[in-house]
Design a binder for this molecule. Structure first.
Ligand code: GTP
Ligand code: MG
Length: 201
């Protein structure tokens, strides 16, 4: 994917209005600190676009980024970080849930899993829930720069087994090296092309 323009559109907190749903959207979901914001930055070749942090719980709102004036990448808040105050944590899930359930121009979700950890129970419940919504999910294992080639293959097989899918359906990714970027864009564009909800970019 050739990136010509990237524009931050809006940060949405509970009760805020979403930006107009003019463009097809792809959302990025995963455990807190798994690397969602970094992955988006790598996809669009902009280091500091989505704020990242070594401290979990950085992204606490839904952030919309318009790419090439034709599609929106949506950075969702992370889930499952125990140290965030209960009050803050409680509103994450409804925020994600409301968005995924009701956003008409949402074509699919990229579910990001830590390659070193594999799918957690929360990842599994998210994937199962997206299925009930008939929401396509692209599965990615990230931070593969921290693993040897053998361990990446192992992680792919273990994740595939847990999710009962083929390992070929999972994209190994690294925000640091850019590994998997081309494959992930290919899957995203394919998803937009087959989506009946919105026009392709
Ligand atoms: P929240 O917004 O808190 O949910 O986190 P996030 O999922 O957006 O994670 P973020 O992109 O902020 O990254 C979290 C930490 O992981 C940062 O310290 C990143 O530098 C690091 N990180 C992200 N992606 C990678 C990767 O591919 N490889 C390595 N080695 N580190 C990564
Ligand atoms: Mg983030």
């Amino acid at each position: 994917m050739k990136i010509t323009t990237v524009e931050f559109l809006k940060s949405v907190y509970p009760g805020d209005e979403y930006p107009l749903g003019r463009y097809p959207e792809v959302a990025f979901a995963g455990r807190s600190n798994v690397g969602k914001s970094s992955l988006i930055n790598t996809l669009v070749n902009r280091k500091g676009l989505a704020r990242t942090s070594a401290v979990p719980g950085k992204t606490q709102s839904i952030n919309f980024y318009l790419v090439n004036q034709s599609l929106c990448l949506v950075d969702l808040p992370g889930y499952g970080y125990a140290k965030v105050p209960q009050q803050v944590r409680r509103r994450w899930s409804p925020l994600i849930e409301e968005y995924c359930r009701n956003r008409k121009n949402l074509c699919g979700t990229v579910v990001i899993i830590d390659a070193r950890i594999g799918p957690t129970p929360l990842d599994l419940s998210l994937i199962a829930w997206l299925k009930t919504l008939s929401m396509p999910a692209i599965i990615t294992i990230t931070k593969v720069d921290k693993l040897s080639k053998n361990k990446i293959v192992k992680a792919l097989h273990q994740t595939a087994q847990t999710l009962a899918i083929s390992p070929e359906g999972i994209i190994p990714f690294s925000a640091h090296t850019g590994d998997g970027k081309k494959d992930l864009w290919q899957k995203i564009v394919h998803l937009l092309n087959i989506s009946k909800k919105c026009a392709p970019p």
